[in-house]
Design a protein around this ligand. Sequence first.
Ligand code: ADP
Length: 325
Amino acid sequence: MKPALRRIGVLTSGGDAPGMNAAIRAITRSALARGVAVTGIRRGYAGLISADFVDMNSRSVSNTIQRGGTILMSSRCPEMYERSGRRRAADNLRQAGVDGLVTIGGNGSIRGALALWKEEKVRVVHVPSTVDNDLPGTDVTIGFDTAVNTAIGAIDKLRDTAASHGRVFLVEVMGRENGHIAVDAALASGAEAVFVPEAKAEMKLLMKRVQAWWQEGKHSLIIVVAEGDEGGGLAAIANALKALPGIELRTCTLGHIQRGGSPTAHDRVLASTYGAAAVDALLAGKAGVMVSLSAGRLRTVPLTVGLKKPRPSDRHRFALVNRLA
Ligand code: ADP
């Protein structure tokens, strides 16, 4: 027999990502439409432990689908690493009559969700959301498309000034462990080169190519570097390029602007789809799972799948950046 589902909780945790609000909206409205009440939990796991709860109605999520960030707010919560913190979180949910929980976030948030499910039997379904797009078990996470679009918007502007002055621009984008944003942003903005954590930094090759371009009269160059690039990042590449005679070099770190802003259509549609699927999963009696898209198919996978080795960026696309430069 399926467990009763009278009220669900929803929280956003860890790094925020554009599209989280669209997910909260879809979860809230699809639950209400099925006769299930919704409790919003503020500031992620911190609000779960301090019982910072708010009753959600359909109006609570009006006019939010287009907004970046998260209306429920997010946080990093050290108490969740303690057994006592997780016990308090589960007790608070039971006291508030919450029979199912939807968590929205990245890798760390999945660890918290899995602990609540395993230890406390909290019926949790996770919605994958991180601008990094590196969660295993799904092809795509909420926020990635917007982050790439923000990066290419900035790179297009840098290209204008690079072209006007004949300059080389090194642009650092987010991606400490993986180069998903770097590779797609580089390919979509027509960058001349890209550096990512997953591939050995080919500095000698870059220097040769830059010199050749410079001699041919191609002076406007964009090089995209992921934060966690293998070769030591932006500073190391800048130092190497500065040694080349005649090169005019500028650097730009895009930083947190990539995490904010109005979500793209893709992220709004994805978040709406994932949010509704999470409620469907809880109603179907599933728990300890994450919703995912795999080869275009919407499904659920065990939370443990989302904790496997991070998914690396696409090698073919990486190679294509160089081929098309
Ligand atoms: P993200 O979800 O974006 O990867 P974090 O890694 O910062 O973000 O994790 C968000 C929160 O999830 C942490 O602040 C903590 O409260 C919780 N969390 C992370 N790892 C664990 C863990 N091993 N056990 C319990 N809770 C965890």
